[in-house]
Design a protein around this ligand. Structure first.
Ligand SMILES: [Zn+2]
Length: 129
């Protein structure tokens, strides 16, 4: 999916643009989906690609929606992020290139130990699928 930054600016809210296109981070415990316990699928706010299932969501106490695994592995990419003086692994949507959050190794050990720490503002929720 190829869109210019001008097109993204028109389609996204300023906060969505800041996080998805500029790699920003929403403030913890402010996002719409931190405490969402409903069954459904989380999709990319920018392009609609299926990203995470509620089955993989867990309460990490971090203040951001956290998942142990992608629902559709091909839709999710990771790359090294050395910004802000930290070495982290960025998580992004492979379909549109949008920034989603970061991947950490402190997830539940009985579920693979991964924590996909995702900004709510990057996600849309489709209940019951
Ligand atoms: Zn996307």
């Amino acid at each position: 999916m190829e869109k210019t930054e001008e097109e993204w600016k028109k389609e996204l809210t300023p906060e969505e643009y800041r996080v998805l296109r500029e790699g920003g981070t929403e403030a913890p415990f402010t996002g719409a989906f931190v405490d969402n316990h409903e069954t459904g699928m989380y999709t990319c706010k920018a392009c609609g690609a299926t990203l995470f299932s509620s089955d993989a969501k867990f309460d990490s106490k971090s203040g951001w929606p956290s998942f142990t695994d992608p629902a559709v592995a091909e839709n999710i990419g990771t790359r090294s992020d050395d910004s802000l003086g930290m070495h982290r692994t960025e998580v992004y949507c492979k379909n549109c290139g949008g920034h989603l959050g970061h991947l950490f190794d402190d997830g539940p050990s009985d579920k693979g130990g991964k924590r996909y720490c995702i900004n709510s503002v990057c996600l849309a929720f489709e209940p019951g699928k």
